[in-house]
Design a protein around this ligand. Structure first.
Ligand code: NAG
Ligand code: NAG
Length: 225
């Protein structure tokens, strides 16, 4: 008797095999049912059933948590892949160098890169191409000074998306020796939309290592999922 109980307990403790005894409460074959023959093994058998149920429950909980963890990891990777930020300045010259004025409109090629996460800003064209649909923060600051002997001084520019002006920096008539203006906007962009800063005809901006002219954008959150 003791040996049977001990074996049974070991069996339950290690949980190596599936429980395959007859359910003591559903079987009508009383003669062959060990529960009716041996009350102690019956208690053990019920215990093992409970253990099995608990194990099933924990297995299910584990699978559920594993699923949630996998999904969270995927979401996090997706978020990491979608990171996008750029910040550039006109140049990094030791002496003051101006861009403009020109007889026609020109895109400003900001050459000094502070950061270009995702490589979506091109120093060749001055254009930022939105890598994903989402809400982006965009900021432009332009600057001109009278020491650059530009007449008339006009630190003006347009923030453009796909060729259309989103915001205008209108400093056309400056009577003081320096002019600067800034715009910051949050806009919804579609993947592939092109953002740049246009220097309208007659406008001029000047910069050196002080980085008075900057163009910055970053993705606040995506909207494509
Ligand atoms: C619980 O999971 C383990 C490991 O996957 C498995 O060996 C065991 O049979 C499962 N138990 C139950 C009761 O489903
Ligand atoms: C850039 O030019 C301005 C105006 O001439 C000057 O005050 C400033 O010191 C210059 N910056 C650097 C880093 O040389």
């Amino acid at each position: 008797m003791r040996a049977i109980v001990l074996l049974c307990m070991l069996h339950a403790a290690f949980g190596m095999d599936e429980f395959d005894w007859v359910d003591p409460f559903s079987s009508s074959e009383t003669a062959s049912n060990p529960c009716y023959l041996d009350q102690q093994s019956c208690g053990c058998c019920v215990m093992q059933q409970q253990l099995n149920r608990m194990e099933e429950y924990f297995n299910l909980s584990y699978e559920g948590m594993h699923h949630v963890l996998t999904e969270s990891k995927m979401a996090l990777n997706n978020f990491r892949d979608s990171r996008s930020a750029f910040s550039v300045a006109l140049n990094s010259n030791a002496r003051m160098v101006c861009f403009g004025p020109f007889p026609g409109d020109r895109l400003i090629p900001f050459k000094n890169v502070f950061i270009n996460l995702g490589d979506s800003y091109s120093t060749d064209t001055g254009i930022f191409t939105a890598p994903r649909s989402g809400v982006y923060s965009l900021a432009v600051t332009v600057y001109s000074d009278i020491d650059s002997l530009i007449n008339p001084m006009a630190a003006c520019a347009n923030l453009i998306v796909n060729g259309h002006a989103v915001a205008i920096l209108p400093e056309h008539k400056g009577d003081d020796p320096e002019d600067s203006s800034t715009v910051v906007v949050a806009v919804g962009l579609k993947a592939g939309d092109q953002v740049g800063v246009l220097l309208p005809a007659g406008c001029v901006i000047c910069d050196n290592l002080s980085h008075f002219n900057t163009f910055t954008g970053f993705l606040l959150h995506t909207t494509d999922s």
